[in-house]
Design a protein around this ligand. Structure first.
Ligand SMILES: NC(=O)c1ccc[n+]([C@@H]2O[C@H](COP(=O)([O-])OP(=O)(O)OC[C@H]3O[C@@H](n4cnc5c(N)ncnc54)[C@H](O)[C@@H]3O)[C@@H](O)[C@H]2O)c1
Ligand SMILES: O=CCc1c[nH]cn1
Length: 486
């Protein structure tokens, strides 16, 4: 490994790197080689306590700064991230195995976008004035919640650390962030950069660990809010644990999102959308449109063109800018996805492309396409979180919408058609938090992102995120003598 991936220490607390080797070791494995490239240690209870106390100690002073001052620090952090985009992208590729051609434009970039966006918004986070009869009035203050815990998934370690940290900090909260144990490296850089940009010690802390460390943070009395990005089963546990203390939550969970392609769609756009929505990040994107419903008249042409386009997949060294398809994040994830492929074959789905583990080192799996998938197959019901596309056939708009919504998930959905009214009808009918017309999987920070039904609670990004990192205080101001009954 030609890159220096071993972090200075495992944790970042109160503005500095902190080590405690008493915690369980966590080896960081480079998915391209399967070799260990760094080692960190899980937070011991003492480390978790130190991080929470640092966040708690820092919160009042951070909240007392003006939004303009906090925003300036976040925007400075965004500038530093952009200046270091190459190194941060290399680290993201080492942590996840995603190709550098992708991380260079998607990860630290999206993190910097969030820091810049919420940095710009910080000064605008204000209350309102509500006039009442007789000259009385109410004014509201939009106040921070306090100490927020962020818990991340492994697919977007830099992005997730920023999508949670930027709005939390803009609103005057402080954060203890626990990255996924699979990708522990990138969040440390986010903490380092925020500190360099001027965030006071304790405002943004990172502790490492498995689920147990995350669980221990949630129920701490110093914690006001928990924001998780992870699977639905983890979300259910975290939500339940947070409920015990009536803590605020944001839950960014899994999905089984539909893409509906009508036969009047632009074929090239529909195929591009299906590729973006199934194979970007080697299929490890929460909002992937893994159920591709194609209208009967277009199915053959769609599969033909998709197969042609898949010939352009360049699977290989993530650090080679020509590579556009990397390994999966871990052997475990690769094995889980392989089992889903085997189940799909056994259920009678037609394998159109891929399906195999290439004979090479690293956690590679071919981009895989199944056709003739039916709604009852596990391929169509279970989140796979890997490069597996299922193509299903439909006849009518009513049928497509009904089947698209027939899932407990509700993260994303897209429709491909040239018929404008149909596009908007479908978008209105989708039971999903994030919908697309004639594209899929884009997640600009200016737009709300999040799920309905089992896919989540709350929204990240956009103005909507402010709702989930603040609470409103109403202050009644009497301008008249107080009238009492006796
Ligand atoms: N909706 C979104 O924005 C979004 C984005 C990315 C990934 N995801 C979802 O994340 C999943 C893949 O990521 P993963 O495998 O890391 O998910 P996961 O649920 O296994 O783990 C997510 C995080 O939760 C922690 N965790 C596990 N058990 C915990 C507990 N009991 N208490 C507190 N923390 C606990 C883990 O250590 C990890 O940091 C997929 O389902 C994917 O759809 C969702
Ligand atoms: O993995 C989910 C978040 C996301 C979607 N697109 C880019 N990031």
């Amino acid at each position: 490994m030609p890159y220096d991936t071993q972090p200075t220490a495992s944790h970042f607390i109160a503005g500095e790197y902190v080590e405690d080797t008493a915690g369980d070791p966590i080896d960081v494995v480079y998915p391209y080689t399967g070799k260990v490239i760094a080692r960190v240690h899980a937070a011991t209870p003492a480390i978790a306590d130190r991080a929470l106390q640092a966040a708690s100690d820092a919160q009042a002073a951070w909240a007392a700064m003006t939004g303009t001052e906090r925003g300036r620090i976040l925007r400075r952090a965004a500038d530093i991230m952009r200046e270091r985009n190459h190194d941060l992208s290399v680290l993201e590729s080492c942590d996840t195995g995603k190709p550098l051609s992708e991380t260079t434009v998607a990860d630290a970039t999206s993190g910097a976008d969030a820091l810049e966006y919420f940095g710009g918004m910080a000064a605008t986070i204000t209350g309102e004035h509500i006039p009442l009869a007789g000259g009385d009035f109410v004014y509201t203050r939009r106040e921070p919640l306090g100490v927020c815990v962020g818990i991340g998934a492994w697919n977007y370690p830099t992005q997730i650390a920023c999508w949670k940290g930027a709005p939390a900090l803009a609103c005057g909260n402080t954060m203890v962030f626990k990255p996924s144990e699979t990708t522990p490296l990138c969040a440390l850089k986010v903490a380092e950069i925020l500190t360099e940009a001027g965030a006071p010690p304790g405002v943004y802390n990172v502790v490492q660990g498995m689920g147990a460390v995350g669980a221990s943070l949630i129920t701490d009395p110093r914690v006001a809010k928990v924001s998780l990005t992870g699977s639905v089963p983890t979300g259910q546990k975290v939500y339940a644990a947070a409920a015990e203390g009536l803590r605020n939550v944001t839950m960014e969970l899994g999905g089984k999102s539909p893409q509906v392609v009508f036969d009047d769609a632009d074929l090239e756009d529909a195929v591009s959308g299906a590729i973006l929505g199934n194979f970007y990040s080697t299929g490890q994107v929460c909002s992937n449109g893994t159920r591709v419903f194609v209208q009967r008249g277009l199915v053959d042409a769609f599969l033909t063109r998709l197969t042609e386009r898949l010939a352009d997949v360049v699977m290989g060294d993530p650090m080679d800018m020509a590579t556009n398809f990397g390994p999966m994040v871990s052997a475990r994830q690769r094995d889980l996805v392989e089992a889903c492929i085997a189940k799909g074959k056994a259920a009678g789905a037609r394998l159109v492309h891929g399906g195999n583990r290439p004979d090479r080192e690293g956690f590679f799996l071919e981009p895989t396409v199944f056709a003739d998938v039916t709604d009852d197959m596990a391929l169509a019901t279970d989140e796979i979180f890997g490069p597996v596309m299922s193509v299903l056939t439909f006849d009518t708009e009513e049928e497509a919408l009904r089947r698209a919504n027939a899932t407990p998930y509700g993260l994303a959905a897209s429709v491909f058609t040239k018929d404008l009214t149909r596009a908007h009808r479908m978008a209105a009918g989708f039971e999903a938090g994030t919908c697309y017309i004639n594209t899929h999987n884009l997640a600009p920070v200016e737009a709300p992102f999040g799920g309905s039904k089992m896919s989540g609670v709350g929204r990240e990004n956009s103005k909507a995120a402010i709702e989930f990192y603040t609470q409103i205080k109403g202050i009644y101001v009497a301008m008249n003598p107080v009238e009492a009954p006796f």
